[in-house]
Design a protein around this ligand. Structure first.
Ligand code: ADP
Ligand code: ZN
Length: 731
C-alpha cells in the first residue's frame, strides 16, 4: 500500500508546502487540521494540512512523520482555504505565512479548541422583559441586568473581568430566574427583529429593493451616500433579509473605535448572536468569535480588517463600511487589502457585497465605470438633517491664538452659547512638531529616522512619530546653549489654547495618546453622546463614521501642508478626510457649519469639493490619473528594500531592475530605484522600485518569474526586501 503524503503549511517565509507522512500508515488526517511536525532542528512545529498527495518530489524514504494531530475536525473549511490560496498567489506571499496570519493567535499557538469555552451566564426571557428602571432600589442589579440585556450571553471570565465583584449580585439575579448559567457552547440561535423606527426615503427604498431582488446572486454594490444619508439603515434592511434566511452577515469597519457604536445599533434592531473580531480583544475572545462564526452560531460578525478571514458556515451577505479607508490595507507582513479580498470572497461564494462610503475610492469609481460594481447613490441626508454649509476662512496675516484664529473663537462661542457641541479636527498629535534653536537653526531630530521629534508635554518627552523613539526634552541647544523654541501645534497644544479661551467648557481630546487605555475611547464617546463635554478635539480617529447629533460646528484647523504633497494619492486622501470631517456637522435637527482655516482658500481642492461635491472632484482626479498613467488605470507593484546602508538598497534594486528588464515584456514599465519619501526609518534606509502594467494578468505572471530570480541575487540575503501589490502608502 502506498502511503498518503500530507502537504503541510508551516509559518515560514519559504514559499512551498512541506511533505510529511502520517505517524502510522493507517492514520487519516483531515485537510484544514492542525498538526505538529518536526522541522529543521525543532521537534514540534505547528502546521496545517493543506493538501494530500500520493507523490513527493523528495522521495518517500526522505520524509519525516507527523508527530501529533491537534484537531480531529478541520479548523479551515474548503472555501477559506481557497481564499487563502488565492491571497497567497495574488500577493505573491508565502502560503504558510498567509495561513498563519489568517488564524487567531490561539489557533496559531496550537492551543486546543475546547479550552476556549468556559462556563457561561445568559439572560433568560424573563430577564429580557424586565425594565431596569424598575430596579432603582438595587442599582447594582440594575447595572448587571442591563449589561446582560445588551450582551445576552457572557463567558464567565469576560463577565468577571468587567464586574470583578459581581458574584453576590449575580446570585440574586439567578434566584429571580433572570439569569442562568450553562456550560460550553450549547446555546441556540434565536432571531428577533425590532421594527425600524423610520420609513426609508425614496433613495434608500430604491437601493433596498434592488439589492434584495438579487440577494442570492453575486453582485457588488457601491453604496455612495453622503455622510448621514442613511447608509447604515440600508445595511440594516439588507441584513434583516439575510438573517431571515438563516444566513450570516459579515461586516467590516475601519476602526475599533467604531465597533461599540455599531454593535449598539445592530443590537437595537436585531436580538441575535453578534460577535466582534478586532485587535482589542483577548486571544480567547478572538478564538471564540472564530468558532462561533465557523459553527454558524454567530449570525452577525463584525470586525476590522482581520475579520475578512472569519470562517462562515452559512454566509449570506458581506458589507464593507467606509470602503475607501486606508486601514483596510495591511502595511506589513502580508500586505493585503481586506476590501479587495472580501470582494474576491463574495465572488467565490456567489454572494452580494455592499461597499458603502460617502467618499468612494478612485478604484471603486473606476470599477463602476467598468460596470464591475453597481452604483447606488443616496444624494441627500436622511430624516430631518441637512448638509452643512462651508466657510473658508482665509487666515493669511490674521491674528492667531496659537493655531486658532479669532474668527474661529468667535464662531465657536456662538455655537457653544446655543448649547451645541463643537468639533475641531487636527491630524497631528502631541504638543509641538519641532524643537528649534533660533540662534543656530538646529532642529532636535531622531537620528534613526532623520526627522524632527515631536514634543509631548504631558509626558515631557520628545517622541519620534516614525519609530516611537523617545528622549527627555532638552531645554537648551547643545551647540549654543540658547533656549529651544517650540514650533508648530499638535492636539495637545490646541487643547491648552482652548482651555484659556473656554475655561468653563469641558474639552475632550481624542487621539492615539489619550485612547491608549482599553475602553478609554468608549468612555469619551459616552461623554460626548451624553453632552458632558462640549468641545471635541481630535485626529482622524474622531473624524470617521461617528454620529454626534448635537455637533453643529466642525472646524478644520490645518490641512495646508497636505495640499502640496508629492504623493499622487494625497489629494484623494485629503478630499476624503475633508468630506468625512465635514460630515460630523449638523447630523441632528440643527443645521451644521464647517469652518475651514487655510492660507489657500482659492485652492482647487476646496473650491471643487465645496461647490461641486466629492464626485466632481473625484472625476477630475481620475482624469489626471489617466493622463499620468497611474492607478486605477495602471496596476502597480512596489519592491521595497531596507538596509542600514543606503547603497546596498540601491544596488539590490538596480540588480532587480536589470533582471526585470530581461523579462523583456511589452506593457510593463519600471521606475527607480528611488529613495522612499521617508528615506530613513528606525535606522534603516529605504528605497523602492515601482513596476506598472495596464494588464493585471500580465503583471502578475511576470512578477512570479521575477520573484524567483530575485531570490538568487546575492544581496537578497542581506537587505530586507518585500513586495507590495497595489501599494497604498508609498511613503
Ligand atoms: P450614514 O450611515 O449614511 O452616515 P445613518 O444610517 O447613520 O447614515 O443615518 C443618519 C441618521 O439619519 C441616523 O440617525 C438615522 O437613524 C437617520 N435616518 C436614516 N434613515 C432615515 C429615514 N429614512 N428617515 C429618518 N431618519 C433616518
Ligand atoms: Zn525615529
Amino acid at each position: 500500500m502506498t502511503e498518503i503524503i500530507y502537504r503541510i503549511a508551516l509559518d515560514t517565509p519559504l514559499r512551498n508546502l512541506f511533505d510529511y507522512l502520517p505517524s502510522t500508515k493507517e492514520q487519516i488526517i483531515n485537510i484544514g487540521s492542525r498538526v505538529t511536525v518536526p522541522f529543521g532542528k525543532r521537534k514540534e512545529v505547528i502546521g496545517i494540512v493543506l493538501e494530500i498527495s500520493k507523490h513527493s518530489e523528495l522521495g518517500i524514504d526522505k520524509l519525516k512523520r507527523v508527530t501529533s494531530i491537534i484537531d480531529n475536525q478541520p479548523i479551515l473549511d474548503s472555501n477559506l482555504l481557497k481564499l487563502i490560496n488565492w491571497s497567497s498567489r495574488y500577493y505573491h506571499h508565502p502560503i504558510g505565512e498567509v495561513v498563519f496570519s489568517a488564524l487567531p493567535v490561539w489557533f496559531r499557538q496550537g492551543k486546543p479548541l475546547d479550552k476556549l469555552y468556559d462556563k457561561y451566564w445568559a439572560i433568560t426571557d424573563a430577564g429580557l422583559n424586565i425594565d431596569c428602571n424598575d430596579l432603582i432600589r438595587s442599582p447594582k442589579q440594575a447595572q448587571l441586568l442591563n449589561f446582560f440585556q445588551q450582551h445576552k450571553h457572557l463567558q464567565e471570565d469576560d463577565l468577571l473581568s468587567k464586574f470583578p465583584r459581581c458574584k453576590t449580585v449575580l446570585k440574586k439575579l439567578v434566584d429571580k430566574k433572570w439569569i442562568m448559567s450553562g456550560n460550553a457552547k450549547e446555546n441556540i440561535n434565536t432571531l428577533h427583529i425590532a421594527n425600524r423606527t423610520n420609513e426609508p426615503n425614496k433613495h434608500q427604498r430604491e437601493a433596498n429593493e434592488l439589492i434584495i431582488s438579487q440577494l442570492d446572486q453575486h453582485h457588488i454594490y457601491l453604496l455612495d451616500g453622503l455622510t448621514g444619508s442613511g447608509k447604515t439603515e440600508v445595511y440594516l434592511t439588507i441584513m434583516e433579509e439575510t438573517l431571515k434566511k438563516e444566513k450570516q452577515c459579515l461586516i467590516l469597519l475601519p476602526e475599533i473605535g467604531l465597533t461599540p457604536q455599531v454593535v449598539q445599533r445592530f443590537n437595537k434592531r436585531f436580538k441575535c448572536h453578534i460577535v466582534v473580531q478586532h485587535s482589542g480583544l483577548s486571544d480567547k475572545e478572538r478564538g471564540r468569535a472564530w468558532l462561533d462564526a465557523a459553527s454558524g452560531k454567530a449570525q452577525i460578525i463584525l470586525g476590522t480588517r482581520s475579520a475578512v478571514w472569519m470562517p462562515l458556515k452559512n454566509p449570506g451577505l458581506f458589507i464593507i463600511d467606509e470602503e475607501h479607508d486606508l486601514s483596510y490595507k495591511q502595511q506589513d507582513g502580508l500586505r493585503y487589502s481586506a476590501r479587495d479580498i472580501l470582494v474576491r470572497r463574495a465572488q467565490q461564494e456567489a454572494l452580494s457585497i455592499i461597499l458603502g462610503t460617502a467618499t468612494p475610492s478612485l478604484e471603486s469609481f473606476n470599477n463602476v465605470q467598468l460596470k464591475r460594481y453597481q452604483h447606488l447613490i443616496l444624494p441627500e441626508r436622511a430624516g430631518e438633517s441637512t448638509m452643512p454649509t462651508y466657510h473658508l476662512s482665509d487666515i493669511k496675516g490674521k491674528k492667531m491664538h496659537g493655531a486658532i484664529s479669532q474668527a474661529l473663537i468667535d464662531e465657536m462661542t456662538l455655537h457653544l452659547e446655543n448649547n451645541k457641541q463643537v468639533l475641531l479636527f487636527l491630524n497631528r498629535r502631541g504638543y509641538a512638531n519641532q524643537l528649534f534653536c533660533h540662534a543656530c537653526g538646529m532642529v532636535a531630530q531622531c537620528e534613526r529616522c532623520e526627522t524632527p521629534y515631536t514634543f509631548h508635554k504631558s509626558r515631557n518627552k520628545l517622541i519620534c512619530h516614525h519609530c516611537d523613539g523617545q528622549r527627555p526634552r532638552p531645554i537648551n541647544c547643545n551647540h549654543c546653549h540658547e533656549e529651544l523654541l517650540l514650533i508648530g501645534h499638535g492636539t495637545e497644544r490646541i487643547e491648552e489654547t482652548l482651555k484659556t479661551h473656554f475655561p468653563e467648557k469641558k474639552i475632550v481630546r481624542i487621539d492615539r495618546d489619550t485612547t491608549r487605555r482599553k475602553d478609554a475611547f468608549e468612555h469619551y464617546l459616552n461623554d460626548i453622546q451624553s453632552g458632558q463635554s462640549q468641545i471635541l478635539l481630535g485626529t482622524q480617529m474622531l473624524a470617521k463614521g461617528h454620529h454626534f447629533p448635537n455637533v453643529t460646528l466642525t472646524a478644520i484647523i490645518d490641512t495646508d501642508r497636505c495640499l502640496f504633497s508629492t504623493d499622487f494619492r494625497a489629494s484623494e486622501r485629503l478630499a476624503q478626510l475633508f468630506i468625512q470631517v465635514s460630515g460630523r456637522a449638523g447630523r441632528g435637527k440643527h443645521p451644521g457649519k464647517v469652518f475651514v482655516q487655510t492660507h489657500y482658500p482659492e485652492h482647487e481642492l476646496f473650491q471643487t469639493l465645496i461647490h461641486q461635491g466629492y464626485r466632481a472632484y473625484a472625476k477630475k482626479l481620475l482624469a489626471e490619473r489617466k493622463l499620468a498613467g497611474l492607478p486605477p488605470y495602471q496596476y502597480m507593484a512596489l519592491l521595497r528594500a531596507e538596509d542600514n546602508q543606503s547603497e546596498q538598497c540601491r544596488l539590490f534594486l538596480l540588480k532587480a531592475r536589470e533582471l526585470f528588464m530581461q523579462l523583456n515584456q511589452k506593457n510593463l514599465s519600471c521606475f527607480g530605484p528611488l529613495p522612499s519619501m521617508i528615506e530613513k526609518r528606525s535606522g534603516r534606509y529605504r528605497w523602492q522600485l515601482i513596476i506598472e502594467s495596464d494588464s493585471r494578468n500580465n503583471l502578475h505572471k511576470h512578477l512570479n518569474e521575477w520573484l524567483m530570480q530575485l531570490n538568487m541575487i546575492k544581496l537578497s540575503k542581506k537587505v530586507r526586501w518585500s513586495l507590495d501589490i497595489d501599494p497604498q502608502d508609498m511613503a
